[in-house]
Design a protein around this ligand. Structure first.
Ligand SMILES: Nc1ncnc2c1ncn2[C@@H]1O[C@H](COP(=O)(O)OP(=O)(O)O)[C@@H](O)[C@H]1O
Ligand SMILES: [Mg+2]
Length: 310
């Protein structure tokens, strides 16, 4: 499975180019999934289809479409976290977890975590059924936070594993002094393999390490979409810096909506961005004159610039 994320400022053409990439790859006989991670989806509008969280085949082609429902993903994420809590700490059963659940849905960061969960699931399960997965992303800030999450989560998990190890060590000491059982006669495990919390932490580490190693691998590409204008250039530079800091491969620069009138600016923007991205393929996509909804059908082949070996 190869993946490409289309990133860039709002309105530069991420969704249109995601759709075009998906359509063109499918025309070349590839099995492709185009999935939108933008809470304000418009993939469905582009293809003139009603889309949802469930992956759906586009007409009778090898192109499949999905609008990831982050709300649904957030609920699934919180439910599973609650499940883990209840399983590990039996006293939490006494709380009314539903009450917390309702508030937690509105907590900061939940949307990002929901996207991380959806992304992890995509790479581990759904994506494997396709030759290519094209990901249409939300605005820059959210996209960078989502892409940073595997690393951030792993840093937290590392610390949590250390803390848990200290707890288990103390338990072991207590066990040596008092014997195996606590006052209720229940056995408290002190080996890492037997401890449920430690097992869960390691399971999560394993999952997010896989996501991170996939994101930074040869099979993935972060394509940058830019227009020949100053604001989209500035935002592209922020994305570029973010991707560099996170060690993410940015191999393609799409200069979209180029026409005779902005040709000079396009050249300048290209020069500036390729100074920081010397090895990226650059593809110019002309400003299309035909009606917007069908803009995925274009003469310019953009698949050769995707930076992913076939
Ligand atoms: N090459 C192009 N030529 C003409 N219009 C375009 C082109 N690319 C995108 N558009 C139009 O620009 C608008 C924003 O595009 P969209 O793909 O929704 O951007 P984003 O997903 O980055 O917000 C839409 O109206 C779309 O039809
Ligand atoms: Mg969009």
């Amino acid at each position: 499975m190869k993946s490409v994320f289309f990133t860039g400022k709002g309105g530069v053409g991420k969704s249109s180019l995601s759709a075009a990439a998906g359509w063109q790859l499918a025309e070349k006989g590839k099995r492709v999934l185009v999935t939108s991670f933008d809470p304000a989806h418009n993939l469905g509008d582009i293809f003139g289809e009603k889309l949802s969280h469930a992956i759906r085949r586009y007409k009778k082609t090898s192109l499949f479409l999905q609008e990831t429902d982050l709300e649904q993903s957030a609920k699934a994420y919180l439910k599973s976290s609650m499940g883990v809590l209840e399983e590990v700490y039996s006293y939490t059963k006494a709380f009314n977890m539903d009450k917390y659940f309702k508030i937690l849905r509105y907590s900061p960061g939940v949307e990002e975590y929901a996207a991380l969960v959806a992304m992890e699931h995509l790479f581990r399960e759904e994506g494997k059924k396709f030759d290519y997965t094209v990901i249409d992303t939300p605005p820059t800030g959210l996209t960078l936070r989502i892409l940073a999450l595997p690393k951030v989560t792993l840093a937290w998990l590392e610390r949590l594993v250390e803390i848990r190890r200290e707890i288990l060590d103390k338990r072991h000491t207590i066990h040596l002094i008092t014997g195996k059982y606590d006052e209720k006669g229940t056995k408290l495990p002190y080996s890492e393999e037997e401890d449920t919390v430690m097992r869960k932490l390691k399971e999560m580490q394993n999952r997010y390490e896989k996501v991170l190693s996939y994101l930074t691998s040869e099979d993935n590409n972060i394509a940058l979409v830019c227009n020949p204008d100053f604001l989209s250039l500035r935002e592209s530079q922020r994305l570029l810096t973010g991707a560099k800091e996170l060690g993410l491969p940015m191999r393609t620069l799409f200069l979209n909506k180029v026409e005779d009138q902005n040709e000079d600016i396009a050249k300048r923007v290209e020069e500036i961005l390729t100074t920081d991205l010397p090895n990226a393929s650059v593809k110019r996509v002309p400003l299309l004159r035909h009606d917007a909804p069908a803009c995925y059908i274009m003469d310019t082949d953009i698949t050769d610039a995707l930076g992913l070996s076939p």
